[in-house]
Each structure stands twice: as structure tokens, then as C-alpha cells.
Design a protein around this ligand. Structure first.
Ligand SMILES: [Zn+2]
Ligand SMILES: [Zn+2]
Length: 276
């Protein structure tokens, strides 16, 4: 099983790779840039990236990047739209230099524009990114949302509509269990009934699962993660997900609200304890 968590790269990428196994992780996620902003991004440290890439091979660890939250690929604001596109192009290059297989980006928010407009806007953004980027080895991983505010991509149909025009070798899916639960498309008592898990197109694109419990009830449409087993998805819900044979080869990444990074050792152990 591939399991890990979100790790800080404040001390460098190679340092994060070294931390992973000490927490029981053989996979991890990192922010490509400061999560709350994309200006003043530090230039990529090539030596650190090379070192981290070599270490990942040596220790058998895989990783993905996560774009900053300010990226909005469906925004009506042209300035933010262009900045978001350029930021994702840059993040793909960072991910490639580090030998990491994907970059997660949330579905966008079209504000007062219709959802169908938002879907087309996001597709146009993805098309532009793919044309401008030279990182063919790295997947764009589109993440489902909780459906907070005007967020698109909270339903199965919307998520699939967004990725549909693209090849699965270019655009994959990162499925967040908390977002899906809050969006009302994944239940706690029978998560295996989620439509995507029996859909070949969805499964062909599913390259990462954000395994999070939920601080808010089913259908609350809020993005609020909780520690494993402490939320509304609960231990039984999480157990059903990690033991689903259809998900055996998909890497799980925890983004649960730990006080400090070390606590992920307990979170990962809690998930492993749920394995049948
Ligand atoms: Zn997530
Ligand atoms: Zn979230």
C-alpha cells in the first residue's frame, strides 16, 4: 500500500523525502509554492531537487505537488486567470525537476458566472497549460471540491466533464474523501457505492486519493478536514475506503489537521490499523 501525508518543504525538498519514512510514509505531498500566495516564489533549487529525486528512488518513495490555493482556473477575473495558468505551468516544471509524478489543482470558482461557463473556462486553462508546459512526465491532477460557494467539480458529472477532453496521460484525478463526503457524493456507511469507483474512465484517471475525515456532516458543502476516525466519515468509513480492492493500487495522502508534522506517524498508523 502507498500511503503518506502532506509534508513541509520549508527545509528543502530532499529534507522532506528523508522525513517521510520516519513517519511510516512511502508517499507524500508538498506545496509547490507558498500555499497562500504565488508571488515571491523562491526559485527552484536544482541541487536540492536532484538530491531529493535520487533519495526517493533509493528509499522507494513517490510524491506529488499541490498548487497554491489562490490558483483559480475558472475565475472570471482575467488577471487572476492568467496568473493561475502561469503558476500551474511553473508548478509542473518544479514537479518534473523533483521527479514527482503529478501536481494537484482544485477545480475553480466561476463566482457569479454559470457553472457550465466555469467548466469551459477551466478546460481552456488546462489546454493552455498543456500547450505551454514542457513537462510531459507530470500529470495535472484535478481535485474534486466540497462545492463551497461557486466551486465547480463537486459532483461526479462535473468532475468528469472537466477532464473529459484530455488524455488520461495528461490530466488525471485526485479524489478527496472529505470533499466528496461534504459534497454529498460519498457516504460514510457505504463509500464503495460512489459512482466513480465503478466507472472505468474515472478509475483510469484516479492517481491519488486525499484520505481525510470530515469535521462537517454529509452534504455540508464545506472544506473542513478532520483527523482519521474523529470525524463524520469515521473509522468505519475510512476502513471501507482503504480496504476497497478497486483502490488497492491508488496512493493515499493524508491532509488531516495535525498539530505538528510528527503526529502524521500516528495518523498513518491509525489508517494501517484499519487494514483488513
Ligand atoms: Zn485535498
Ligand atoms: Zn480540502
Amino acid at each position: 500500500m502507498r500511503i503518506g501525508c502532506h509534508l513541509s518543504v520549508a527545509k528543502g525538498f530532499a529534507a522532506a523525502v528523508k522525513v517521510a519514512p520516519t513517519l511510516g510514509a512511502n508517499a507524500f505531498q508538498y506545496f509547490t509554492k507558498n500555499p497562500r500566495g504565488f508571488r515571491n516564489a523562491k526559485p527552484l533549487d536544482r541541487l536540492d531537487a536532484d538530491r531529493g529525486r535520487a533519495l526517493m528512488q533509493e528509499l522507494d518513495i513517490i510524491a506529488i505537488g499541490h498548487t497554491p490555493y489562490l490558483i483559480n482556473l475558472a475565475t472570471p477575473d482575467d488577471g487572476l486567470y492568467q496568473t493561475s495558468i502561469q503558476a500551474l505551468v511553473q508548478d509542473l516544471a518544479i514537479a518534473e525537476a523533483r521527479g514527482t509524478y503529478g501536481v494537484v489543482v482544485h477545480c475553480g470558482k466561476p463566482k457569479d458566472e454559470p457553472r457550465a461557463w466555469g467548466i469551459e473556462r477551466m478546460q481552456h486553462a488546462l489546454r493552455t497549460v498543456l500547450e505551454e508546459s514542457h513537462s510531459p512526465g507530470v500529470l495535472i491532477l484535478v481535485e474534486n471540491t466540497a462545492g463551497q460557494g461557486s466551486e465547480i467539480g463537486s459532483t461526479f458529472d462535473e468532475l468528469m466533464a472537466i477532464v473529459d477532453p484530455f488524455s488520461p496521460e495528461e490530466v488525471g484525478i485526485c479524489f478527496d474523501t472529505q470533499h466528496a463526503f461534504a459534497a454529498g457524493i460519498l457516504t460514510a456507511d457505504n463509500p464503495g457505492a460512489f459512482e466513480g469507483f465503478s466507472n472505468p474512465d474515472f478509475m483510469g484517471r484516479l492517481k491519488a486519493i486525499h484520505l481525510n475525515d470530515s469535521k462537517v456532516p454529509f452534504g455540508a458543502h464545506k472544506d473542513r478536514h478532520e483527523l482519521i476516525g474523529r470525524g463524520y466519515l469515521g473509522g468505519a468509513g475510512i476502513a471501507a475506503i482503504v480496504n476497497d480492492p478497486r483502490l488497492r493500487t491508488i496512493p493515499f495522502y493524508l491532509e488531516t489537521p495535525v498539530e505538528q508534522e510528527r503526529q502524521y506517524a500516528e495518523e498513518i498508523a491509525a489508517v494501517k490499523a484499519l487494514l483488513a
